[in-house]
Structures are given as structure tokens and as C-alpha cells.
Design a protein. Structure first.
Length: 410
């Protein structure tokens, strides 16, 4: 029951996370587009706002923006905050559900650092909290007055944190925590800066005072940061399904830097283009494409099969530190798993079209089979998801042998 609960709960949490993220990202992209498309309006003083016309769903919309605030407070306001809050809440619960509750399977790599599950969770949560504090201080420092220097400092900080995570967690865990760090920065920007500044503006209007323009500028700066790192965050979040990206922890900082560069430039292209089509920075696509190609080469060179394809010397297979557990796996079970699964789940898969072991899981030795016992139980005994479509024709009798091993004392 516990395995089914973990699987079903993960599905529901991921569903919620994706839906709320779609709402948040859509709103962020729309308002950045709206800002870029604003034009002068006769009834808004020069330099204090603008208006834009949009057509959608068979209707026309006139949208107006006041750079600081309107002269009087409207009776009703729609606050765009819960999309951000629920994206982070659902994502954090999902992080706990999958990576902290099942740390030995997804987060802790004993060859990198032999951590207990609670220690890994403490490092992960602490890293997210500390990351926000450092980023926030950078924004409030003198660097915050220069968007270019602040962007460079933020870029370097995220890459550095990806290196820190790669020294502590599995490659998969390092990538997901790098994405979670950026997502935490984005949500905290909304909760700790954008919303409080908006409330200060409303309080000044209510008191009949003129709001301070710096509140709007600070909020806009953080909102722009959120917009530029959205695409890299999405890449980090889906990377857990593509072990080619994180199989070699040493390459994670470089892949992170390339993804930040490429994703940020794609957003830069659209932000500029929405303001003035004539000034579209097409060069951004060229640089982003080069970044993607370099990232592909780096990732490919991390895979033993990829290194062979590139004509490089084979990389050593990391030492497995769970050899003692291998004695608990019956010989018959080892033969079944290696015979039915190891053609894909090996350092150098032999199944046509697979260049690296799916999700980084290797099942070609007794030690590795013992390490993945929980996953084998879920994928091949409790469900018959693996082998996919039963391509290697694992028999019911063989599944019963695995069940006897996995359900018995170990």
C-alpha cells in the first residue's frame, strides 16, 4: 500500500504543480508582453502610464497601466499571487514526497556523499532558504542599481549553487534542487517584494498620499528576473526524466550555465520583439542555439556510450558502495533482472535508440539491483510498467520470483 500511495500521491501532486505553474507562467509572460506593447494614451499623463489594445476570443480588450498608481483606488482589484504561491507549495511538497521521503532512491548517492535521508533533506531545504537570502541581498546591494551587473552576479550565484548541490546530492538531486532554488527565488520575489510593495502603494493611496515610485520599480525588477529565469527553471524541473543531463555530476554547473544563457536569451528576444518588431534581436536565437548544442555535447560526453560515439576514452563507472546488500539478492532474481532489464539499464545500453540508462538506473550487477529494490518492486511486481510493453517478455513466473525476493525478509 505504501508504494501505491507514494506513486498515486506523486501523480496528484505533479498534476497540481503543472497546472498552477501553467497559470503562473502564462500570467508572467502575458504581463511582460503587455508592458512591452503599451503605447501613450491621451488621458494618462506622459511618462506615467500607457494603454494597449488586445483581441482574443472574439472580443476586444483595452488594457491600461499606471507606472506608479492611478489617481484614485478602484473598488475592485484582482491580485495575481496565488498562481505563484501554489506553484511553489505544490512543488515543495512534491520535492518532499519524492526526493526527501525516498532520499536513498532519488537524492542520496553514497559515492558522492553518504548522507542519511534527514541530513539530505536538511541540506536541501537549508540551501533553498540560504539561496533566497543571498539573492535578495544582491538585489538590495549597490549591484541592484545596475541591471546588467546584477544579472551577471545572479547568474554566477545560481551556477555556483548548482556546483554545491552536485557535491552533496546525486546528479538528479542536484539538478532538481538547482531548479527548486530558482523557483524559490521567483516565488519569494512575489511574496516578499512584489506584493508588499503593492500594498504600500495602496496604503498611500488610501491615506490620500502620493505613492513612492521606487516601490513599483523594485517590484518590476523582481518580476523581470522571474520572467527571464522561467525557461531555465522548466528545463531543470523536467531534467529528472533525462539522465543524459545529470549522469556526470561534474558537468552539472556547465549545463546549468548554458541553460541559463540559452533560456534567458529566448525570453530576451520576445521581450524586445513585443516592444518593437523592428528591433527584434535575432542574434539571441543564434547564441541560444549554440548554447543548446554545447550543452548537448557536454551531456553526450558524460555518457559511456556517448563518449564511445564521440571517440573519447571511456569514463570510469562510479564505485558502488552497497556491495554487502548484493548477498541478499537471490541468484535467480539477479539472472531475471539482468536478462530482462539490463539491456537498457546498464552503463552502456545495447537496446537500439537508448544512449544512457533510463533515469540513470543501472541493473547490470547484483549490487545495483539491490540498490534499486524498491523501484523494481513498484515497476515490475506491484505494477507491470517494466519492461515497457513487456518488450523482453518477462513471464508471470519470473515476476513471482521477484515478488518472493522483494516481499520477503531482506
Amino acid at each position: 500500500m505504501d508504494a501505491f500511495l507514494l506513486e498515486w500521491g506523486g501523480l496528484l501532486l505533479r498534476w497540481l504543480h503543472i497546472v498552477t505553474a501553467m497559470a503562473w507562467i502564462g500570467a508572467s509572460f502575458f504581463f511582460m508582453h503587455l508592458d512591452a506593447s503599451l503605447r501613450a494614451s491621451q488621458d494618462i499623463p506622459q511618462g506615467q502610464g500607457g494603454a494597449a489594445w488586445q483581441v482574443h476570443g472574439g472580443g476586444f480588450y483595452e488594457m491600461r497601466k499606471y507606472f506608479v498608481a492611478p489617481a484614485t483606488l478602484p473598488e475592485e482589484l484582482t491580485w495575481h499571487k496565488w498562481q505563484a504561491y501554489w506553484t511553489w507549495i505544490s512543488g515543495f511538497v512534491l520535492l518532499c514526497w519524492i526526493y526527501y521521503a525516498q532520499a536513498s532512491l532519488y537524492l542520496v548517492d553514497p559515492a558522492v556523499m553518504p548522507l542519511a535521508g534527514w541530513q539530505a533533506a536538511a541540506v536541501g531545504i537549508g540551501g533553498l532558504a540560504l539561496g533566497w537570502v543571498v539573492y535578495d541581498r544582491l538585489c538590495k546591494s549597490p549591484l541592484g542599481k545596475n541591471d546588467g551587473l546584477l544579472a551577471a552576479a545572479g547568474f554566477a550565484f545560481v551556477v555556483f549553487m548548482s556546483w554545491v548541490f552536485s557535491q552533496v546530492f546525486s546528479g538528479r538531486g542536484a539538478m532538481i534542487h538547482t531548479g527548486a532554488l530558482m523557483a524559490t527565488m521567483m516565488t519569494a520575489n512575489v511574496a516578499m517584494v512584489i506584493m508588499p510593495n503593492q500594498r504600500k502603494v495602496i496604503a498611500a493611496l488610501t491615506a490620500g498620499e502620493k505613492p513612492d515610485a521606487r516601490y513599483g520599480k523594485e517590484a518590476k525588477q523582481r518580476s523581470t528576473h522571474n520572467n527571464y529565469i522561467t525557461l531555465p527553471v522548466i528545463f531543470m524541473m523536467i531534467s529528472n526524466h533525462y539522465p543524459m543531463v545529470w549522469m556526470n555530476s561534474a558537468t552539472i554547473p556547465l549545463v546549468t550555465a548554458l541553460v541559463l544563457l540559452g533560456g534567458g536569451l529566448v525570453r530576451h528576444f520576445y521581450n524586445v520583439r513585443h516592444a518593437d518588431h523592428a528591433k527584434s534581436p535575432w542574434w539571441a536565437w543564434a547564441v541560444a542555439a549554440v548554447a543548446a548544442l554545447v550543452a548537448f555535447y557536454v551531456a553526450l560526453s558524460s555518457s559511456p556510450a556517448g563518449r564511445e560515439r564521440l571517440g573519447l576514452a571511456p569514463a570510469p563507472v562510479p564505485a558502488v558502495v552497497v556491495a554487502a546488500a548484493a548477498a541478499t539478492v537471490p541468484k535467480e532474481a539477479v539472472e531475471i533482472v539482468t536478462g530482462r532489464c539490463a539491456m537498457c539499464h546498464a552503463a552502456e545500453p545495447v537496446w537500439d535508440g537508448i544512449g544512457s540508462p533510463p533515469k540513470g538506473v543501472m541493473l547490470d550487477t547484483a549490487e545495483r539491483i539491490a540498490q534499486q529494490a524498491a523501484a523494481i518492486r513498484m515497476q515490475s511486481v506491484l505494477t507491470h510498467a517494466m519492461p515497457p510493453n513487456n518488450l523482453t517478455e518477462m513471464t508471470p513466473a519470473e515476476r513471482r520470483v521477484l515478488a518472493a525476493w522483494l516481499n520477503g525478509p531482506r
